[in-house]
Design a protein around this ligand. Structure first.
Ligand SMILES: Cc1cc2nc3c(=O)[nH]c(=O)nc-3n(C[C@H](O)[C@H](O)[C@H](O)COP(=O)(O)OP(=O)(O)OC[C@H]3O[C@@H](n4cnc5c(N)ncnc54)[C@H](O)[C@@H]3O)c2cc1C
Length: 401
């Protein structure tokens, strides 16, 4: 088995490495300003060089590169290795932008895409409602067309970042007489519109990233709809596809494991580096096995894709495997930290500040959440079993309506 990418792509890897060593971490003028400003300047440079925002046309601020999964994989690997910022991991860039590019009207792309990838506009995702999470198509928030405006009434829940977001992409029931899935439309809503009430929910990390959002006669223009009336379910599938594949990227899991190995080298157990402890070594070796299998599964899927073949059931497993591994890696980190794992969680994300213990506590707590977000682990297991392996449908799941 040849796991190298071949001469052309290894030469490309050399180019990416050279770009990164010249530009990240920033030095001189590029090191002025806040971390976020430095990261944004770097992102613009990396977009100009063709490394970021590759699938986005230049007219909307992207670098418009030909689709090339191998180059994309090399970039992701090298940026992760250098801990350089990639596209901002906001809901807008990861979910809304690909959806607008696939399904949006021209004016919607022009108005929203560039500003979103530059971080000038931020978004939140209004899908889940009390009682409508896994069974999302049962949602009840109502949209009525009155003159030139949609009038929205109802409630969303678990809406990440709703407090700060400029806009929401939202699923609402606009065709009350149509069947469950056919009655939903995908609307864009200004979060400053009168009648929106955002109430934060406190999480176990201590922060309040989640919110409840109440709509009381909230108005949005008639043409702020993506796809046609009643097509919102199809449009939302585009968004969720992007959400799942972005959650599952193998290089993130590799980066997380590398961080864990660093922690095991730095931290001591009984006066010796944790990496020399038999049980920790066993845990690390086991995780390395899982993470490599995940990485090679990614290569397998990519190779199939390049040949124009369908990777099959294995592609349904990426999110589940990735979130399982994220949880296992952070659980072992907690073991290495011992009593230090009792500290309050710090900023989330390696290299985002805070000390190692605070980072890993935040990572551990968040690993529980990402297994739920974008489709719970159990629902993923059902999808793999039923659609992947053709097993009988889960009789307990209420899908009749
Ligand atoms: C970190 C995070 C961020 C989120 N951000 C957003 C956001 O920005 N916007 C948004 O709209 N939502 C968001 N959510 C909500 C998320 O989409 C829902 O939590 C998720 O879809 C599950 O729905 P639920 O919480 O209602 O749980 P339920 O659907 O009630 O599930 C409860 C339990 O039942 C199981 N279950 C349910 N149905 C089945 C089935 N058919 N087969 C097998 N098991 C089943 C589930 O696996 C789970 O264990 C976020 C959630 C998290 C954790």
């Amino acid at each position: 088995m040849d796991l190298s990418y071949g001469g052309e792509f290894e030469a490309f890897r050399g180019e990416v490495e050279a770009f990164l060593s010249a530009n990240w971490p920033p030095s001189g003028d590029a090191a002025q300003g806040s971390r976020e400003e430095q990261a944004n300047r770097f992102r613009q440079k990396a977009t100009d060089a063709g490394y970021l925002n590759r699938n986005i046309p230049r007219q909307y601020g992207g670098s418009e590169q030909p689709v090339d999964p191998l180059k994309a994989a090399v970039i992701s690997e090298e940026f992760t290795r250098a801990r350089a910022p990639m596209e901002p991991r906001g809901i807008g860039t990861m979910m809304l932008v690909p959806t607008l590019l696939d399904r949006g009207e021209e004016w919607q792309k022009e108005k929203f895409v560039r500003a979103t990838i530059l971080g000038e506009l931020t978004w939140c995702q209004g899908y889940s409602e009390p009682g409508s999470g896994s069974d999302l198509a049962s949602l009840k928030t109502k949209g009525e067309l009155v003159g030139d405006e949609w009038v929205i009434n109802g409630q969303k829940i678990w809406t990440s970042s709703a407090m700060e977001a400029d806009y929401m992409f939202c699923l609402v029931r606009t065709e009350p007489d149509a069947k469950k899935h056919a009655g939903i439309s995908y609307l864009l809503i200004d979060m400053k519109a009168p009648g929106i009430d955002v109430r934060p929910l406190r999480m176990m990390t201590g922060s309040s990233e989640f919110n409840e959002v109440f709509f009381n006669d909230v108005k949005t223009p008639k043409d702020w709809i993506v796809g046609k009336r009643g097509e919102g379910w199809l449009v939302s599938r585009t968004t969720l596809k992007h959400e799942r594949s972005s959650i599952g990227a193998a290089s993130q899991t590799v980066g997380l494991l590398n961080g864990l190995v660093e922690l095991a080298r730095e931290r001591k157990i009984d006066g010796r580096p944790a990496i020399e402890d038999t049980s920790i070594r066993r845990g690390l070796a086991e995780l390395e096995g899982y993470v490599r299998a995940h990485l090679y599964s990614g290569y397998f899927q990519m190779t199939k894709g390049l040949k124009g073949e369908n990777p099959g059931v294995i592609q349904m497993m990426t999110k589940l495997n990735s979130t399982n591994m994220g949880h296992m890696v952070s659980k072992l980190a907690m073991e290495i930290l011992g009593d230090d794992g009792l500290v309050a969680p710090g900023p989330y994300g390696l290299g985002m500040g805070g000390n190692a213990a605070e980072h890993w506590v935040a990572q551990y707590m968040s690993s529980v959440g990402v297994a739920i977000a974008g489709g719970t682990a159990n629902v993923q297991r059902n999808v793999i079993a039923e659609r992947g392996f053709g097993l009988p449908r889960d009789s307990a799941a209420n899908r009749s309506k």
